[in-house]
Design a protein around this ligand. Sequence first.
Ligand SMILES: O=C(O)c1cc(=O)[nH]c(=O)n1[C@@H]1O[C@H](COP(=O)(O)O)[C@@H](O)[C@H]1O
Length: 146
Amino acid sequence: MRDPARLDRVAAWQAQAIATQFPGTTLLVGAPACGAVLTAFVARHLGLPVAFVTLEPAPAWHRMHVPGPQHRAVYVDDLICTGEGARTAAAFLRAQGLTVLGVSAWISRTALAGERLHTLAPPPFQTWTPHEAAPAGPPLHVGVRE
Ligand SMILES: O=C(O)c1cc(=O)[nH]c(=O)n1[C@@H]1O[C@H](COP(=O)(O)O)[C@@H](O)[C@H]1O
């Protein structure tokens, strides 16, 4: 999402969902790249600290914050597609001694069995074919898979 003000509105909604669905959360863990940006926005609404994971070449903490094992963490992302990233991250957090309360996302293609998943909107994804030229009217989705 390119507009920070709009991102913040969704982040506020996601923060409210996390407060309701995952009470007792002490840390938000952001997915790589855009997930990290989103997570910082969400955390600001909850007054919680953040940490970020990198998944390639192997799961690791981003050096900005290596949290202790006492945390009760929620993994935050915008979209869950195959669920592989979320699963890998959750396994990493547990291996680091943290308690994983669940995963919060906007929408997911998978139920993410074995993890507690909460999404802002129900499945399924709506998928668009990228357009080269503007269609007769909005919306125009360029290079977007989901
Ligand atoms: O840009 C992306 O990484 C991305 C593009 C897209 O169209 N769909 C999509 O799910 N993603 C990201 O891919 C990650 C989820 O992929 P899975 O690990 O397959 O569930 C999330 O971090 C999403 O933000």
